[in-house]
Design a protein around this ligand. Structure first.
Ligand SMILES: [Zn+2]
Length: 88
């Protein structure tokens, strides 16, 4: 009688980051991977809120990835965000 909390699949499709390497838990790319980026854009819609979230991820990742330059981490976590006013 194990009230299993439904494992809805063998492999997670969350595309969540996996510290300390910060690779994607689903596809293994550097996080945020292409799939996660498009999902984040859909989930947040608002670039300002999303950049706050990514900023906190960047802060956590820079603790783990001390051998990676801050510049390249910023580029990786935030640099992909589309620029300019684009309010739909
Ligand atoms: Zn992924």
């Amino acid at each position: 009688m194990t009230g299993g909390a439904g494992a809805s699949g063998p492999v997670s499709d969350d595309h969540a980051p996996e510290p300390p390497g910060w690779s994607c838990g689903s596809c293994g790319e550097d996080w945020p991977c292409a799939m996660k980026r498009s999902r984040l854009l859909q989930e947040y819609g608002d670039r300002a809120t999303l950049s706050v979230y990514l900023g906190s991820c960047l802060a956590a990742a820079s603790e783990d990835l001390r051998n990676v330059s801050v510049t390249s981490l910023q580029d990786r976590f935030i640099g992909w965000l589309p620029r300019g006013p684009r309010n739909a």
